[in-house]
Design a protein around this ligand. Structure first.
Ligand code: F6P
Length: 327
């Protein structure tokens, strides 16, 4: 494809705080660099439904502080078929779009990779997901905000747990990634943390809880990542209660409140840097890459590499540290 005149921007998959700040940055950078910009609503679904709207600098006023995504988002089944993607391509070309910026997670990247290859359209992806589970970037948009949201919740639960001498199981998001669970757990002083990446037998958890019980703690908090292998917070709580009847146990599922809220300063700055970089990479002739941040430097990683490698963001000794700090 020759030259880029009009870039289409969309968000896809689960929303994440910082997506709006990234949209703002990409739109304004593109306009500054002489491009037109088209917003695509509801991700890939919007390409199929021709849900487009021209964007100018004012379209992104006062959104840097907003959670969610003004472009809406969706998980789109039709885009998984070649016919759906062909239709999407015809629609975006008819709208004059000749390059794409996609903000989302691995599902978004998979779609972008196939689409760009099939139809020879340049695509640059930005990692946006609270899960922080993508290879090629130290942080994804929304992760910092979500972790801070969880910490705030844990602090509040700690107040009531300590007042009643209770044991709480707090379930946090992360189907395949324990990043939120581990880091929010450490920051919230959790007594134990269960992760999808590392199986913890109920007996081993009970050993940890026995130690907590014998050291006169007024409250105990176990963070359970939703994807951990025992079956979630309610199941773990029942199993523990069956062994330790003396505990007054409670379960809190934090759920989607973790996805909303005003982005942290960290996420706003990261979003601004990645949106800017995405446009500049497109104009430099790059395609099928993800822009990311590694060691505070903006980097780019081929989508195939980002998708075929596992993000390893959990240091082995961190769980050991959780045990030590819980005495
Ligand atoms: O990928 C982000 C995420 O919030 C996961 O942590 C969670 O498992 C999933 O999305 C929930 O997806 P949905 O909002 O579609 O139920």
């Amino acid at each position: 494809m020759q030259g880029i005149n009009k870039v289409g921007i969309f968000t896809s998959g689960g929303d994440a705080p910082g997506m709006n700040a990234c949209i703002r940055s990409a739109v304004r950078t593109a306009l500054h660099d002489g491009l037109s910009v088209m917003g695509i609503y509801h991700g890939y679904q919007g390409m199929i439904d021709r849900n487009f709207s021209e964007m100018n600098s004012r379209s992104v006023s006062n959104i840097i502080q907003l959670g969610g995504t003004i472009l809406k988002t969706a998980r789109c089944r039709d885009f998984q078929s070649p016919e759906g993607r062909k239709q999407a391509y015809e629609h975006i070309r008819a709208a004059g779009i000749d390059a794409l910026i996609a903000i989302g997670g691995d599902g978004t990247f998979t779609g972008a990779e196939v689409f760009s290859r099939e139809h020879d359209i340049p695509v640059v992806c930005v990692p946006g997901t609270i899960d922080n589970d993508l290879y090629g970037t130290d942080f994804t948009l929304g992760y910092d905000t979500a972790t801070n949201t969880v910490i705030e919740a844990i602090d509040k639960i700690r107040d009531t747990a300590a007042s009643h001498d209770r044991l709480f199981f707090v379930e946090v998001m992360g189907r395949d990634s324990g990043c939120i669970a581990l880091n929010a757990g450490i920051a919230g002083g959790a007594e134990a943390i269960l992760l999808p990446e590392k199986e913890t037998a109920i007996e081993a958890l009970c050993d940890q809880l026995s130690l907590a019980a014998s050291s006169n703690k007024s409250s105990t908090i176990v963070i359970v990542a939703e994807g951990e292998k025992n079956g979630g917070a309610y199941h773990v709580a029942r199993e523990v209660k069956a062994r330790f009847d003396f505990y007054d146990t409670k379960v809190t599922i934090l759920g989607h409140l973790q996805r909303g809220g005003s982005p942290s300063s960290f996420d706003r700055v990261l979003a601004s840097r990645l949106g800017f970089a995405a446009v500049r990479q497109l104009l430099a002739g790059e395609t099928r890459i993800m822009v990311g941040i590694q060691g505070n430097k903006i980097t780019s990683t081929p989508l195939t590499e980002a998708l075929s490698n596992k993000a390893v963001k959990l240091e082995k000794d961190m769980l050991e540290m959780v045990k030590v700090l819980a005495i």
